[in-house]
Design a binder for this molecule. Structure first.
Ligand SMILES: [Ca+2]
Ligand SMILES: [Ca+2]
Length: 204
């Protein structure tokens, strides 16, 4: 009896921790794949800019080494604790000077059992000057017929012409998405179950 309130608190804390940002928003929590590109001069991106885990969790959103550099043409596939939809928000790092470091990336959302077999739909081209703003998934929803996704892919689309020899493409500090509590696969499973019951009832 005495422990019941404590249990309730523990459960609430666990729910809050998994939600991350808030009840309806969450930050990326896993790296499904990282295929880093190179610097403009074809040298490898320095190690301190090459850890994809720096794109997970809440963005630091400051001028520290809080990001992973995609490298020119590089890509990063992230996952969340659960299904997401609605919109996604990406934070980039440009040390307070985005117009001096023009970087861009194509953002995709995907659905599938693994990142390399998943189908992806284009969300938009994100300029680093517009980072931190929510990108609507409305067009991806229309194209896919889905309202919930389980992969988010960011592909560097930076024009090397804007950069010096050590330019290294788009930098990802953090990514946020809206939680979807009723994923389509569950709906499909439910429909299948209902169809099964209906068939069974019909036979009776
Ligand atoms: Ca960069
Ligand atoms: Ca970060």
């Amino acid at each position: 009896m005495m422990t019941k309130p404590l249990h309730a608190v523990a459960v609430l804390a666990a729910v809050a921790a998994s939600a991350g940002a808030s009840a309806n928003l969450m930050y990326a929590s896993g790296v499904a794949n990282f295929s880093q590109g190179l610097q403009k001069n074809n040298a490898a991106v320095p190690l301190d800019r090459s850890n994809p885990a720096k794109a997970l969790g809440a963005p630091q959103n400051n001028d520290t080494m809080n990001f992973v550099s995609l490298g020119f043409g590089g890509s990063l596939v992230l996952t969340f604790d659960t299904w997401f939809g609605g919109s996604v928000t990406v934070w980039e790092t440009t040390y307070g000077n985005p117009s001096g470091h023009k970087e861009a990336a194509d953002v995709f959302v995907g659905y599938g059992s693994t990142w390399d077999t998943a189908q992806f739909w284009h969300v938009g081209l994100l300029q680093n000057t517009a980072d931190g703003a929510a990108m609507s998934l409305a067009l991806a929803e229309q194209a896919s017929g889905r309202e919930a996704f389980n992969f988010l892919k960011i592909v560097d689309a930076t024009n090397p012409a804007f950069h010096g020899a050590s330019g290294d493409g788009f930098d990802v500090d953090g990514v946020m998405a809206e939680l979807r509590t009723v994923p389509a696969p569950g709906g499909v499973a439910l429909a299948a179950a209902l169809g099964c019951c209906w068939m069974r009832r019909r036979r009776v």
